[in-house]
Write a protein of this length. Sequence first.
Length: 236
Amino acid sequence: MKHTPDAHAGGPLPPTGSHPAREVLDREMREIRDGVLRMGSMVVAAIHEAVEALVAGDRERARRVIVDDVRINDMQASILVQIASTIATQAPVARDLRYLLALDRVTYELERMGDHAASVAKQAQRIADNVPPAAARLRDIGLVAAALVSDVLRALIDVDEEGARAVAARDDDVDHRYKRAFDQTMDWLRAEPDRLADGISLLFAAHDLERIGDRATNIAEDVVFLTSGRIEDLNP
């Protein structure tokens, strides 16, 4: 069942005439939420760009992903300062505090996703001179992983437990695609053993993309925590 967000969770604005302290807390929570969304958008873009750089052997595209990862890291640091300041100065309790703690964990997962995208970009640079045909198989993993990130952020903003659980269930698709890409890359390496280094780069890149799916599931668990107060393993 979908949980309708309230003003405490970053949903509709509080009614006119609400207490000034409440208005300050709501405003600060909106700013934090919007920062998390911007960070998430950067991560999704980084995933797409890293995969395309890998498939196309585009060194410059890969370089931009690596450079932009620093911006993602800086954004996380800025949001954490905002969260700490809001907790210290506004003393949120109950649902408000739970929401801020959930956003704190979400920024950590997003930062790690950015690291994974940067790692894919580094592998793209390593194989750029002679991209193996097997690299194209990683595009599907990247597309699904990026979609999971977008969808779980939507579930977070909507405080949608059902949507979060659906994202976690779809992580199995990423796992299956990863396993298939792993097996196909190993078959390719058996046929071309002199390309071992390139094959290892592909395997590392595929694993990074698979980990992004796992981290989307972690955010889905944060949404469940936000809506219910329960810590639950959605992908045992």
